[in-house]
Design a protein around this ligand. Structure first.
Ligand code: HPA
Length: 306
């Protein structure tokens, strides 16, 4: 809900635990599955799903490729809770609703959060299909008055001025690269980079893509950062894995329409290449192809957390 209170947490947790066996009351790892990446549920043992509509104060996801279920169960011997489908501000969810499940997971006992997403690449060295271990972020909304942590805090025990210099756990990031080694993934399968958070739902213009690249971002997406902020505020360790589903088109120059018209008036014909455009279908397709690698990686990291 918009004004999150201790009572809403208690009601959500009560509703969740009442539907689960004791052994799943205290998940240790929370996982958020990004666009097309909910297939993780297939490797969760003894899985128990709860639809978001059954949990007080949970919203429901409206995006194709996103379900609206919490999945509880085990990866190896580790009790986990996975969000199959997340909330984005562009759907109209308030920022406090977007991060509400993260706060619930923290109150259920989660200590480590693994967050996945689909993202566009801004870096020519990071091709489509690469999984990027996020090392830092650039949150444009945070710099312009749309920080998800604005407003009254859900608990006075949480830090008011949250430092973010260590937001992305080096311990968990090490586990990702160790897992990639154990899984014998190609060196190019996993990269490191900076995630730029934008609100969407529009994809970037070429000028915006160029701007983000110049500002130091390697990938760009419309999710994740609100969840990272809430998780850090709640004291959780965080790792983010971005699956690159498309390149953000950043042409070096624009075709000059003036020159084209001039040439035409002079009786010449100029062939202009149509610019590439990105689509949600493309994003979901790559997610489907690479979901297996993402799944194995998440599973390997979770089972290696101490
Ligand atoms: N831009 C923003 N968000 C995205 C993209 C993109 O190119 N691809 C997947 N999510």
């Amino acid at each position: 809900g918009a004004e999150t209170t201790a009572t809403s947490f208690a009601a959500s947790i009560e509703a969740i635990r009442s539907k689960l066996p004791e052994s799943l009351h205290h998940p240790q790892v929370g996982i958020i599955c990004g666009s097309g990446l909910s297939g993780l549920v297939d490797v969760i043992k003894d899985v128990q799903k709860i639809h978001y509509s059954e949990i007080p104060d949970f919203s429901t996801s409206t995006v194709p490729g996103h379900k609206s279920e919490l999945a509880f169960g085990f990866l190896g011997t580790v009790p986990v809770v996975a969000m199959l489908g997340r909330f984005h501000p562009y759907e109209g969810h308030g920022l406090s609703s977007v991060v509400y499940p993260v706060r619930v997971m923290a109150r259920l006992g989660v200590k480590n959060m693994i967050i996945t997403n689909a993202a566009g690449s801004l870096n020519p060295q990071i091709p489509v299909g690469t999984i990027v271990v996020i090392q830092d972020h650039l949150a444009l909304p945070n710099l312009t008055g749309m920080n998800p942590l604005l407003g009254p805090q859900v608990s006075k025990d949480l830090p008011r001025f949250l430092p973010l210099s260590d937001a992305y756990s080096t311990t968990l990031r090490r586990l990702a690269f160790l897992a990639a080694h154990r899984l014998q993934l190609d060196d190019s399968a996993l990269a490191e980079g900076v995630y730029a958070w934008v609100s969407g739902p529009t994809y970037e213009t070429p000028a915006e893509g160029r701007f983000l690249r110049k500002a130091g971002a390697d990938v760009v997406g419309m999710s994740t950062v609100p969840e990272v902020l809430a998780a850090r505020e709640e004291g959780l360790n965080v790792m983010v894995l971005s699956l690159v589903t498309n390149f953000v088109v950043i042409p070096d120059s624009y075709p000059s329409i003036r020159e084209e018209v001039k040439a035409e008036l002079a009786g010449l014909k100029i062939l202009r290449a149509e610019p590439e455009v990105v689509s949600h279908e493309e994003v979901l397709l790559i997610g489907k192809e690479k979901a297996k690698v993402m799944r194995e990686l998440v599973q390997a990291v979770v089972t290696s957390i101490e």
